[in-house]
Write a protein that binds this ligand. Structure first.
Ligand code: PMV
Length: 322
């Protein structure tokens, strides 16, 4: 019996969500401390070509043929097999496990797809370049989201901070200093596809105003990437706050998010904002490492159902530089 596995991280969007759907740049970083993992195990005793999917967290335990072809887990398998030119696969079981909260703006769907695609390419001893892993995961994202920008599959595949703009080559950001974030969950489930559609409806009612807001967010992302490269975290925090103001203007924040964001700022964060589609899910606060546990405590007191701290480590090539 042969078993292979692959994992992929969660992600947060530092700057630029929603505007990125409208061709503006955005900045995202991986959250390596939470992972989705896929295991492929050969099933020599099962009927040839039978594929079984076991994903207890989403209550799926089923032969793939009993799932709709566009069910996201099945779609990731079919797309990967097709790209790997496997027309008559040997019987196998796909098992999934993830500690990335679902529908919370942390990229759980894209991470699961990337893990499945990588595990299958390993199982069939074929290497797929990052661009292709990301492109296949993007196809699955379209099923989850309708009109995704592609930022989730990109940052999750490369597992590095990215400056991302639709239809342009991905720019990896080298960071000179660690970035520490406290991430706090409102506990409110936030379906990205619906929120993105609501924004599209409001955009169509006031296109000039929305274009202005999106281009101001794009400018914030450009300034943000410079602040990150200079290691100026105070400025990055202010830019996150300015971005949150714009997100409130387009109607994707919520009273619960606003409350957690205010609490994090009051407790000493450099900056705080929602991350992802909004209306619920998670908020993020950029903090001094030594303040993280104090700010986490304040967020839980303010009603967060879960908090965790993540640090994006400096790029190895910049370690030791000022
Ligand atoms: O909710 P998430 O983490 O999938 O993030 C969505 C980010 C949006 O900009 C709102 C949509 C997108 O496809 O970029």
């Amino acid at each position: 019996m042969k078993t292979v596995s692959a994992s992929a991280p969660g992600k947060i969007i530092l700057l630029g969500e929603h505007a990125v759907v409208y061709d503006q740049p955005a900045v995202a970083v991986p959250v390596s401390q939470v992972q989705a993992t896929a295991w492929i195990t050969s099933a020599p005793d099962a009927a040839p070509e039978s594929i079984f999917i076991n994903a207890p967290q989403v209550q799926i335990s089923s032969p793939i043929n009993e799932l709709a072809p566009d069910q996201p887990l099945a779609a990731a398998v079919w797309l990967a097999l097709s790209r790997l030119h496997i027309t008559q696969p040997p019987a196998f079981t796909l098992t999934l496990q993830s500690d990335i909260p679902i529908a919370a703006g942390l990229g759980s769907g894209a991470a699961t797809s990337v893990a499945i695609i990588r595990a299958l390419s390993r199982f069939f001893n074929q290497s797929l370049p990052e661009e292709e892993v990301s492109a296949l995961a993007f196809e699955v994202e379209k099923i989850h989201h309708g009109h995704p920008s592609g930022i989730d599959n990109t940052v999750i595949t490369w597992e590095k901070p990215v400056f991302y703009q639709k239809n342009l080559p991905v720019e990896l950001i080298d960071i000179p200093a660690p970035l520490t974030f406290v991430i706090a969950n409102t506990g409110i489930s936030a379906p990205t596809a619906k929120i993105v559609m609501d924004v599209r409806r409001r955009y169509s009612e006031a296109p000039v105003m929305f274009e202005q807001i999106f281009s101001s967010i794009g400018e914030i992302s450009r300034q943000g990437v410079q602040a990150i490269r200079r290691g100026n975290l105070e400025e990055l925090g202010s830019l996150m706050n300015a971005n949150q103001d714009r997100l409130e203007e387009i109607g994707v924040s919520s009273p619960e998010l606003d409350h957690l964001i205010a609490s994090a700022r009051q407790a000493g964060a450099w900056g705080a904002k929602l991350s992802g589609a909004g209306k619920g899910g998670n908020m993020i606060a950029l903090v001094r490492a030594e303040d993280a546990s104090k700010i986490s405590d304040s967020l839980r007191e303010a009603g967060a159902v879960q908090t965790f701290t993540t640090t994006v480590q400096p790029s190895p090539c910049l370690l030791g530089e000022k």
